[in-house]
Design a protein around this ligand. Structure first.
Ligand SMILES: [Zn+2]
Length: 302
């Protein structure tokens, strides 16, 4: 069975628990909690003693949640291949498990996803403010977190410069692209940034999944790492997506920028799928099939 629908946080937890029952080597933990106290799950694939790891992060933006289901499809295929001593793209999955850890944050923004799929609850303490930010009670295109911050503008990369741009562009609290009061002000971003700092020595590369555009971002402004040039070309070759350079507001406060600028880590923003966010769930399988090979091979590129 493939995952082909969008999941709320609650449904995601059910699916992970179900996988856990059937696959004892699946390791589920939590990096922290969202604004409204939803635990943010982290799946680890790979042996505890593996020296190197990579990180995949999905669903910073609530209206890009199809990527969560793409990650679940990968996790399921990985576990099944491992159990049958299988090969994936000429990689022995037992070898992969022993040599590399793959950390996966499937849904960084569970509160935003909740707004989108179930609307806002009556007992939400900031309900009126959020409806006001959104402009209506129709949350089907909501992108920010539970209190209206764009999580992929809340990292400490050119943050102060972006504050000036926000003023010029009239981006205010609650709009898409609003970066928050200060860098890492949001618990979701702070949890992920802390996790990354703690595992900085072992994390060799990061892919973060968004929609849409079929593009790969791998530079932070002019700064490009030689390894990232090579890997981004490979991602482009495998997926058919195009290498791209950030422009405009995309240059500020994102996870990829922060990792490249602060730590010199090869990091890639993958914009999956085509159309307008939120992408239809009918694209989940196509996106997964485009990404599947790179999801399995990325860890051994480092
Ligand atoms: Zn996005």
């Amino acid at each position: 069975m493939q995952y082909s629908r969008e999941l709320t946080h609650h449904q995601l937890m059910d699916e992970l628990n179900e996988l856990q029952i059937n696959h004892e080597e699946l390791n589920i933990s939590y990096i922290g909690e969202s604004v409204f106290s939803k635990p943010i799950p982290l799946v680890t694939l790979g042996d505890r003693s593996a020296q190197k790891s990579v990180l995949y992060v999905s669903t910073h933006h609530a209206n890009e949640n199809v990527c969560t289901s793409v990650m679940l499809n990968f996790i399921k295929d990985y576990l099944e291949a491992y159990e049958r001593y299988g090969q994936m793209y000429q990689i022995n999955t037992r070898y992969l498990y022993k040599m590399r850890k793959i950390y996966i944050v499937l849904m960084l923004n569970p509160d935003g996803v909740e707004y989108r799929l179930n609307g806002i609850r009556e007992d939400n303490p900031i309900k009126d403010r959020i409806i006001n930010y959104n402009g209506s009670a129709d949350f089907s295109k909501w992108s920010a977190n539970g209190r209206g911050v764009d999580l992929n503008h809340n990292y400490n990369a050119y943050f102060e410069e972006y504050k000036e741009i926000e003023k010029e562009l009239g981006i205010t609290s609650g709009s898409a692209k609003y970066s928050g009061e200060y860098a890492e002000s949001e618990p979701e971003v702070s949890a992920l940034a802390n996790f990354i700092r703690l595992h900085m020595d072992e994390i060799e590369g990061v892919m973060t999944f968004h929609t849409q555009g079929e593009e790969i971002y791998y530079k932070s402004r002019e700064k490009s790492l030689p390894k990232a040039e090579y890997v981004s070309r490979l991602i482009a070759k495998i997926t058919g997506y195009k290498q791209a350079e950030s422009k405009g507001t995309g240059e500020y406060g994102g996870l990829t920028d922060w990792l490249i600028k602060e730590y010199g880590k090869p990091s890639f923003t993958i914009e999956c799928g085509k159309g307008e966010n939120p992408l239809p769930t009918s694209q989940i399988t196509d996106i997964y099939l485009r990404l599947k090979e790179i999801l399995f091979t990325f860890p051994i590129l480092f």
